[in-house]
Design a protein around this ligand. Structure first.
Ligand SMILES: [Zn+2]
Length: 305
């Protein structure tokens, strides 16, 4: 058996896999929960591996929302401010001594999951974007992950698309993430709500990208405008990917893809406009097939037989 764990900013997704890569059991916890280790232990023991479990585990895959260096140390994770990653790793090593553990960045894990399982190795080159609270990226080249010189490649969310633009969480101005991401959309809506408290956005109890997309569905013009304008910036980033690395496909995953109706047409229009002649039509734009489980699937692929 294999254990896959995907640690995101909000949820921790865990699954038990057969050695063939098939999921036997899965469960989601809140990453913010204080009893995360207890919950995980309970889930693992309650799964089908409860008999002689330590003997039966051949590998543990961890996918984590953050920047990892080549030694697989978490160097930066703005979306996991209170999660003690090193303490969690100590716990796992204590529970499963001598079991190999593979650690990777969540976007990389999602790309491996979609490449191997979601799209069954149909594409040899993939650029995957995770569209969530933040924006992650991963590049599969010739069926293998491109990690870069220091292991931090493909951070498309922190590529500059507007000089001296909005301030990003990373401290730099003009990153894609400061225009198109869950937090950027939320921030824009909050600014609008302050200016126009009597508007539909202003009357929302809690502003989230999901609530803004609900307002789009109800026909709110301002909400549609927010998604449209942000979507154009995503299109700029996608054209940069196409012109720079020319992958067979761009795969979009993450929670924001649920609201794609309100931004993707504008992203595609901008992407086509800025892509070099003919390249847009030759690049397949896909939506991920594994949903929230892509990172968990990807995390264990190195052990699959
Ligand atoms: Zn940034």
């Amino acid at each position: 058996m294999l254990i896959g764990i995907d640690i995101g900013g909000t949820n921790l997704k865990s699954a038990i896999f057969k050695l063939s890569g098939e999921i036997v059991n899965k469960k989601i916890f809140k990453t913010a929960e204080t009893e995360i280790e207890k919950n995980l232990t309970k889930f693992i023991t309650q799964s089908k591996i409860k008999f002689a479990r330590k003997k039966n585990i051949f590998g543990i895959g961890i996918s984590v929302a953050g920047l990892l260096n080549k030694n697989k140390k978490l160097v930066n994770s703005p979306n996991l401010p209170n999660f003690k990653f090193s303490k969690f790793m100590q716990f796992l090593k204590g529970e499963f001594p001598n079991v190999p553990i593979s650690i990777m960045n969540d976007a990389n894990a999602a790309a491996i999951g979609e490449h191997s399982i979601g799209f069954k190795k149909k594409y040899s080159s993939i650029f995957l974007l995770t569209l969530g609270t933040g924006i992650g990226g991963a590049f599969i080249n010739n069926h293998s992950l491109w990690e870069g010189n220091f292991g931090t490649a493909s951070e498309i969310g922190h590529t500059c698309i507007k000089a001296n633009g909005n301030l990003c969480n990373c401290g730099v101005k003009g990153c894609l993430e400061s225009y198109f991401s869950g937090w950027a959309i939320k921030k824009r809506a909050e600014t609008f709500a302050k200016l126009y408290p009597k508007s539909k956005i202003g009357k929302l109890e809690k502003i989230t990208p999901l609530e803004i997309s609900n307002l789009c569905r109800l026909g709110d013009k301002r909400s549609k405008e927010i998604f449209k304008e942000s979507g154009v910036y995503l299109g700029i980033a996608m054209s940069n990917i196409i012109n720079l690395i020319n992958p067979e496909t761009i795969i979009l995953t993450g929670g924001l893809t649920k609201a794609r109706k309100y931004f993707l047409p504008y992203s595609l229009q901008k992407c086509e406009e800025l892509s070099l002649d003919g390249l847009f039509k030759k690049t397949k734009i896909n939506i991920g097939k594994l949903g929230i489980w892509s990172g968990t699937y990807g995390s264990i692929q190195t052990f699959v037989k």
